[in-house]
Structure formats: C-alpha cells, structure tokens
Write a protein that binds this ligand. Structure first.
Ligand code: GLC
Length: 712
C-alpha cells in the first residue's frame, strides 16, 4: 500500500504473498451474463465480466462493463447512463480533445456505477463497410483511429477505471467471427489492423487488450504467439493484460504460452485446467505469475488499491450537454445543393418531417455496445419469436433513444406548421412533402454486433421513400441515422444530405440545431461512401450465409462454431478504404475526409519541410460569413519504391476560424506515420526519397502540395 512505489513494484510485493489458488482466481471470469448465476457471479456488479477480489490481500474485484458509447446494461439494475453518439460519430469530429472528454465521461459513469474496467475501445478498421459493428469503431484509417483511441482511453483511465482496446486483431466483420481465419501478411497487418493498437499503446498506457474471436493466419487470436507475445509484448513492450473476448479462449497451455492473461467470461480453460497445467509444468509457474502481475499492475496503475472515488449519481445534465456537443461535432454535411441549409425558421410556414420514427427518437447500435434507453425503448419492439434467447433479442432489437427530432424541429420553427408522417406509405409521405415548404426525411440503417449488413442499401424500402419525397419537393433534406456508409441511389434528387450516425441521447436536438444553423457542421467522414457495392474490394462479406445472422431463436453465438471454418482473405491488403479507391482509380460517392460547412475556406501559401522533422505550414482563411471549424488534413505520397497506395493520411488539425479570419497553420508530421514495415528487418523504416505532401479539406480535395525529401 506504499504509494511511493511504482505499480510494478507494488504488484511484485503483492504477488509474492499470493497462493496458487488465489492466482488462479484472478485470471478468469465467473460466468455469462445470461447464464445460470453462480455464488461468485452473484457478487458481480451486473456488467459483462467479473473477477473476484481477494479480501485477505485487499485485492479489489474487477468489475467490467461494456462501455463503447456509454455504460451498458443499465436496465438490468435500473441505472441511468448517458447514451453518447456512436464511436464513428465521435471520430467524425477528428478531434483528439473531444475523444478525451468522451472517454472521461464514460470513465466517470463507469466509476459512478461501481465498475473498475471498461470494455469499450474498439478500433477495428472499416475494411468491410458492411460490418455490423462499424458504428462502434473509428473508421478506415489506422492513424486516425489509433490517435483518437489513445486519447479516449488515457482520459477514461484518469477516472480510476482500467481502459481497454479491442478486438485484437483483424476482427473486421461479424459474419463467422468465431470461426473465420483472417489471412494477412505481416507487413499488411502492421500497417493496417495492428497499427491503431500500436499507436494507442505507444502513446498511452492502456491496461487491457481484448483479443478477438477470429483466427489470424491460422491461429486463434487469443492463442496467437505472433500477435500476443511477439508483437504486443515483445515489440511494443505492453505491460497490461490480454483478456479474451467472451468465449474466445480455446486452450489452456497453448493460450497461456502464447500470451493470453485472462479468460472471460468463464473458467473453462483458466480455472482448474490451468492449475493442473501449472502443476504438470506445462505452464511454468512464472508464466502464471506474469499473468497475475499484469492484472495487479493495471489495478495499481488505475489507483484501484488507493482511495477509490466514492460511487455517486451520474451527472445527467452534464452528460446530456456533452452528448449534444459530440452529435453536433460528429454530424457530417455531405451535400447542400443550392444552400438549402441552414433553414430559416422565419421564412418557413410548413415543414414535413418524415420517417425513421423521428417523432419519438433516434436510433442506436445493437449488441454489447447497446446503452439501454432512458425510460425504455422509444420504439417498443414486437414480441420476439418464441424461444428467442435474451442474447438474440439484444442482437435483433434496434434501440431508439427518446430524443425526438420532430419535437426539436418544431421548437426551432414555432411559427411553422410542422407535420410528421411515418414514411410507411411513400405516396402519402410525398403528398405531405409536396404540400410543405420543405421536407426533412429521416432514414435509418439498424446495425448490431453479431451480424453484418446484407447490403449497404437502406432497408425497408427507404430508398423508394426518399425518391418519392424528393420528387414531390425539390427542397428535400435527407437525414441519415446509420452505423456507417450507405448507398444513395436518390442522391441527385435530394437537395441536402446530413449524416447524423447514431446521434445519442440528444441526437434530435443536435440535428435540429444544425438544420436551422445554430450550429455550423464541421464533421468529416472517417470512412468512404461508395457509389455502389460493386466498387468495394469484395462483392459480399466473406463466409457462409448462415453465419451472417444472429444465432437462430434459442441458439447461442457458439452455434456458428459448428459451421465449417473458412478463410477471410482480405487481398486488398494495404488498400483499406480510401486507399482502395485511390489505388483502383475508383471514385467514391463521398470520400474519406469529406464534410461541408455553412461557410467556406481557402487554403494557400504552403511551405513544407522534410528531413527528420517534416512539417507543413499553410494559410487557412474562412472566406464565408460565419464562424466554423475546418479539419485541415495532411496526406503523403511515399516514394514509389515504398510500394504503398497512392497516399495516406499523416496528420490533421481542427482549426476554428471566425468569418473572414485567416490563420497560419503549422502541422508537424510524425516520421513514424511516413514509415513502412520491413518484414525482413521486422522493423519500421522511413524509405529515403521524395515525399509529396498534400494539404486540404478531404482526401479528394487537396489544393496544396509540395515535395520534400526524407528518410535519408
Ligand atoms: C462480446 C463482444 C465484446 C464485448 C464482450 C463482452 O462478444 O465481442 O466486444 O466486450 O463480448 O460483452
């Protein structure tokens, strides 16, 4: 209990006092959420995972909760949590400071509710835009995802809660997630799926890494020597602990020797079997000690042995205010024909609000990231088919949060006649649109863990609805509530398009604030929107169709393990997202980094320097009539010999400018972000030669460029 000692020293002292049985207790969970209660699980705080404490030694329990967009499972114990906008929404602000505040709020609410570890922190890349969990992640660029995850987890841990980062690694689709074998070269792995983990873990000490369900190059991720020991622990020097995804452990000795430190949620492999393996010498005692030390160290580092902050009621109003801010910053104005937006309340006599339950709420993402809606689902689901397990029900039921865009819009335009139509009948909706000054049609794309999207088309005939409304009234605004990219066959007919993602508990208010110009949108896409799925690297998601849906009624996710294993060959390799479109010379509908504003910006006067400290300097001017935030982006084309895609994001900066204001912006480029991974040397290198540096407003709008030399 000597705080003057380091977490390592304190963990060593404590470890030396522990018995074998006590050590075994610390390296596994105590039961599934929906499983039969056990004596130990009754001590759980109600979250996804629970590791017993050791009162004799003052070791606190590890109370783990999923908390990607807020603390989950509130309904089970009547707890309120702030339902923040999705992770892809927060990432669309491109703002590390906002990511920090996002993590801090979740950390406070986890602590307030008695939890000691987060299970949020998803950074899987949007290789596969039909991935059902795209909403939970930070888009297609590894540097952006890694930087934002680092800030989020650093600031979450500052609240006394152990942070985590997941799903390690390359769990980029849900179809067959616990049978698929992802095949990627070491260079591609290091420069894509592993890179967000490398960046986040180098920039901040995150306590936990969750290994994923899938195989990588033939071995399960949670018993993968290269991933866990060679890369994570030896290359990166990771001092925290590797925890399996729930049910992702496949062995005792192999997993222990490969670097898995904790089994969740049960003790099938790391309970008695691990004790036997240690007794037989299959697992050296020092490896068990290492597992326990890593866990204790993370608890010490998070201050969990010291004066723990007392539980308290969450700061509801602070949470609402922050949720609104994230939604405002993360919403992306994709199109604004004729500057229809912002709407002028004074000039509008009638407004049609159509579709996506906009009268009662906003959509959120399903699965373990699901925050239960305050007051219950704003759109009560139909009774589930008989025999549906609680898990399937969770995976199948879209949760709507009680923030009504209709009410928020009506409040902005008190003199206008605001009418709602549910959109079920496109013709009737179109008639209302025709009779109104402006039509705002909301569309939604439910997505969830446990299943991928069948297509990127809007479900339930919504494309027809938008077409009908836009044909009836040229002053049509489309508001998207989606987990990720969608195709838009109606794009020509729609005057303005706003991507609001899953906008959280103040989503309705944030959307209205942007529609009426109280807030100037500044979000930028962190993933590409294709014109058509034919432009994607793969015609469909890898794997058998039956693996693409939640477990059948009454089944469990394990049913997929009975399916034949299959390989997931991401042969696009380094060409993830915008790099694919660049390399294949395809034009996306809306490119990575794209996002409009109600003002305009001009880029000029670029000076770039190379060598050991590359940087760009340029002038950014707000040439419009209102203040705004412009996320200025810096891309690099590496020397041809590097064998890289045409360009990559290497730096960015959100810049706030008043109307007419100019700023000289200096952005340093970390040479690591210009490097390539050399498999022979098993190391990063900065190839010598010419680097073309680009500066602009999106990956496809780069008015400035200059070539510099680096890597000498
Ligand atoms: C789930 C998810 C993981 C989550 C865990 C606990 O299967 O893959 O993201 O943290 O189990 O709920």
């Amino acid at each position: 209990m000597d705080k003057s000692l380091s977490p390592d020293q304190r963990a060593d002292l404590l470890l030396a006092q522990m018995t074998l049985d006590e050590k075994i207790l610390l390296v596994h969970g105590n039961g599934r959420l929906f499983g039969p209660p056990t004596a130990a699980s009754l001590l759980s705080n109600g979250g996804a995972g629970y590791v017993v404490g050791i009162p004799r030694l003052g070791i606190p329990a590890l109370q783990m909760a999923d908390a990607a967009v807020g603390v989950t499972r509130g309904a089970a114990r009547g707890r309120y949590s702030t339902a923040l906008p999705s992770n892809v929404a927060e990432a669309s602000s491109w703002d590390p400071a906002l990511a920090c505040q996002y993590g801090a709020l979740i950390g406070r609410e986890l602590r307030d509710q008695g939890y000691t570890m987060s299970l949020g922190g998803g950074v899987n890349l949007a290789r596969e835009p039909r991935n059902g969990r795209t909403f939970e992640y930070k888009g297609e660029d590894p540097i952006l995802a890694g930087r934002l995850a680092a800030e989020e987890m650093k600031c979450l841990q500052a609240q006394g809660v152990i942070g985590d980062i997941k799903h390690f690694a390359a769990n980029d689709q849900e179809t067959g997630r616990n049978i698929g074998n992802v095949i990627l070269s070491k260079r591609v792995l290091r420069e894509t799926d592993l890179l967000p983990f490398e960046i986040a873990l180098k920039q901040t000490e995150i306590g936990g890494v969750m290994c994923s369900y899938n195989k990588v190059n033939g071995d399960w991720a949670c018993e993968n020597q290269y991933l866990l020991n060679d890369f994570l622990k030896r290359n990166l020097g990771f001092k925290g602990f590797v925890v399996s995804d729930w049910g992702g452990t496949h062995s005792t000795a192999k997993a222990a020797l490969a670097g898995l430190d904790m089994e969740q949620p049960d003790s099938e492999y790391y309970g008695d079997k691990l004790k036997e393996a240690v007794a037989k010498g299959e697992v050296p005692a020092e490896r068990l000690n290492d597992m326990v030390k890593r866990i204790l160290r993370a608890q010490f580092a998070a201050g969990q042995f010291d004066n723990r902050a007392p539980a308290r009621v969450p700061d509801v109003f602070g949470g609402l205010e922050f949720a609104a801010r994230v939604a405002e910053r993360g919403t992306v104005l994709l199109k604004n024909g004729g500057n229809l937006l912002p709407l002028s309340a004074a000039k509008l006599k009638s407004i049609a609000v159509i579709g996506a339950h906009a009268d009662v709420g906003v959509l959120s993402g399903g699965g373990s990231a699901q925050v239960d809606a305050a007051g219950g689902n704003a759109v009560p689901p139909p009774p589930p088919p008989p025999g549906t397990s609680p898990l399937d029900r969770m995976l199948r039921t879209p949760m709507w949060h009680p923030s009504s865009p209709l009410k928020a819009i009506a409040a902005k335009a008190p003199l206008a006649k605001v009418q709602f139509h549910d959109g079920a009948d496109p013709a009737a909706a179109a008639a209302l649109a025709k009779a109104s000054d402006v039509a705002i049609v909301f569309v939604n794309q439910p997505a969830s863990e446990g299943r991928d999207l069948a297509t990127l088309s809007l479900p339930e005939n919504q494309d027809r609805l938008v077409e009908a409304v836009a044909a009836a009234n040229p002053r049509t605004v489309v508001v998207l509530e989606t987990g990720g990219a969608v195709t838009m066959p109606w794009i020509e007919g729609a005057s303005s398009v706003l991507e609001a993602w899953y906008p959280g508990i103040r989503g309705g208010e944030a959307i209205a604030a942007i529609l009426f110009g109280e807030v100037n949108p500044s979000g930028k896409l962190v993933l590409s929107f294709p014109k058509s799925e034919a432009d994607l690297p793969h015609a469909k998601v890898f794997g058998p169709a039956e693996a693409a849906t939640p477990a059948p009624a009454g089944g469990t996710p394990d049913f997929r393990r009975q399916l034949p294993p299959f390989d997931i060959v991401y042969n696009e390799g380094l060409q993830v997202g915008y790099k694919w479109y660049d390399a294949q010379d395809k034009v996306p509908l809306f490119p990575f980094g794209h996002g409009l504003s109600y003002t305009t910006y001009a880029y000029s006067g670029m000076h770039a320097s190379g060598g050991r400290n590359p940087q760009v300097v340029f002038t950014l001017k707000n040439t419009g009539k209102r203040a705004g935030i412009e996320v200025a982006q810096v891309y690099a084309t590496l020397p041809a010999a590097a064998g890289e895609p045409p360009k990559r994001l290497v730096a960015w900066e959100p810049v706030e400018l008043q109307a007419g204001e100019s700023k000289t912006v200096t952005i340093a480029i970390d040479p690591f972000y210009l490097s390539i991974f050399n498999e022979q040397k098993d190391a990063w290198e900065l190839p010598p030669g010419d680097y073309k540096l680009w500066v602009g407003a999106s990956s496809r709008n780069l008015p400035l460029s200059e070539t510099v030399r680096a890597g000498e």
